[in-house]
Design a protein around this ligand. Structure first.
Ligand code: EPU
Length: 420
């Protein structure tokens, strides 16, 4: 078993290069299945979910070759099955994008019910409703989702909420539907735009990505090409919060500052200094952190994927803060672990309240999901004494080289192996 061990109370200083966006990468790698040829994808984060997806599409018959840790060449011309490998696909949420990509290209797909982080009930009914509107039949049986269509025809699809997964999945299938598809109340997240740009680079006709109405004019086939993934806003935000929680001074580089506006605004409300350049942000503070309230929402609202990290920071502020989670119905499980480190958060339904003034103290804890792992690291960096974090595989799913990156900023952090 692997653990992360941190000796806290070091103020982190320096600059850190941000990698490619996980949630764009996990959509774009399956989207390459829709191409009939060879695609090269640059700036892929070197994380477990991406490596798993490469294996998942290799098991479909594609040829995948990492040209280096961050560049993947995919030859999708040799795909010979529409049935995903159970063991590979079950481990991650993003395997559901194989449904849209395979349905679009071959008119059929079979994928196990998706896994991924556990935030309570995470249905995929909007995805299936969208496929059905395009003319597909969807069957869920024996733990598998199976979708088939004689022919896909463009349709008007209204999403009950702007689901990222449903928007991208419907877009993937609709690329090949005859006529025009319109997705209303579509998700506006940067990774939705990135996936649309990737598909357009291959010859798709998608407009409106980044707004709440996306239009897709169907094409008969896609070509190939080379594409660079956008920087990861959640990795960026995690290091920005690391600067604030350790009283450090960190410059995050290779980023798109605009994508960070919801966090930048909150950090400024808390009296952190955030300096903005064309492709970097510098975060530091000169005094105590002020309390503030945070409500997660869809982009451009405050991202749910930064909620655990932000709640951890707010524990150390000088007053009462209220954190409201509106996207998922159960994304506060990490708080029990955070309490072992001294967090003073109280949860009632979708709201967590902290009175602030918390001084974290090291303890043994376990990550309950990817971003909860990040929150525990942040608390450990600020804590007095030693913190040991278990279930490190959650972090490896989504954070590239995080020990090296934190170490380069002055953190005392290492990975150890221990027998259970
Ligand atoms: N929803 C439904 N039905 C659906 C789809 C979604 O009810 O068919 C609900 C969900 O239960 C949730 C809300 O709609 O309450 C939003 O879910 P969304 O579909 O947007 O989320 P997702 O596609 O399951 C992706 C990311 C998550 C990120 C969310 C929100 C991937 C693989 N996952 O999940 O990323 O939190 O969007 O931005 O892209 C993470 O990176 O840590 C992570 C969990």
């Amino acid at each position: 078993m692997e653990y992360i061990v941190i000796n806290g109370e070091k103020s982190l200083k320096g600059s850190v290069h941000i990698g490619g966006a996980k949630n764009a990468a996990v959509a774009i790698v399956p989207a390459a299945v829709a191409s009939g040829g060879v695609c090269v994808i640059d700036n892929l984060p070197d994380i477990r979910d991406v490596r798993n997806l490469a294996v998942a599409i290799e098991k479909l018959g594609a040829k995948c070759q990492f040209l280096d840790g961050n560049t993947l060449e995919i030859d999708a011309s040799c795909i010979n099955t529409h049935v995903a490998d159970y063991e590979t696909a079950i481990n991650m949420r993003a395997s559901y994008y194989l449904l849209g990509a395979l349905l679009g290209r071959f008119g059929k797909a079979e994928v196990p019910m998706p896994g991924g982080c556990d935030f309570g009930y995470r249905p995929i009914d909007y995805h299936l409703k969208g496929f059905e509107a395009l003319g597909a039949t969807c069957v869920t049986e024996h733990g598998w989702v199976k979708v088939y269509a004689e022919k896909l025809t463009g349709a008007n699809i209204y999403l009950d909420c702007p689901s990222v997964g449903a928007t991208i999945n419907i877009m993937l299938a609709a690329v090949f539907a005859e006529g025009t598809t319109q997705i209303e109340n579509s998700a506006r997240e940067p990774h939705v735009v990135d996936t649309a740009n990737f598909l357009n680079m291959m010859g798709a006709k998608i407009s409106g990505a980044g707004t709440d109405i996306i239009r897709i004019s169907g094409v008969k086939e896609l070509g190939c090409g080379r594409y660079t993934i956008i920087p990861d806003p959640i990795e960026t935000g995690t290091y920005m919060i690391a600067a604030a929680i350790t009283g450090g001074d960190i410059t995050v580089t290779n980023i798109i500052p605009k994508h960070m506006d919801p966090l930048t605004a909150k950090l400024r409300d808390m009296d952190c200094q955030v300096e903005e350049g064309e492709d970097y942000l510098r975060v530091y503070r000169t005094g105590e952190l002020k309390a503030c309230d945070v409500r997660t929402s869809y982009y451009p609202g405050f991202p749910t994927d930064l909620q655990p990290q932000m709640a951890t920071l707010l524990c150390t502020a000088s007053g009462t803060s209220v954190v409201t989670e509106t996207v998922f119905n159960n994304r506060f499980q990490y708080i029990n672990e955070l309490k072992r480190l001294g967090a003073n958060l109280k949860v009632d339904g979708r709201t967590a309240v902290t009175r602030g003034h918390c001084a974290f103290t090291g303890a043994q804890v376990g990550a309950t999901d990817l971003r909860s792992g990040a929150a525990l690291i942040l608390a450990g960096l600020a804590a007095k004494g030693e913190t040991t974090i278990g279930n490190v595989y959650h972090l490896d799913r989504g954070y590239e080289c995080f020990e090296e990156k934190f170490r380069s900023l002055g953190a005392d952090i290492k990975r150890i192996e221990k027998d259970e």
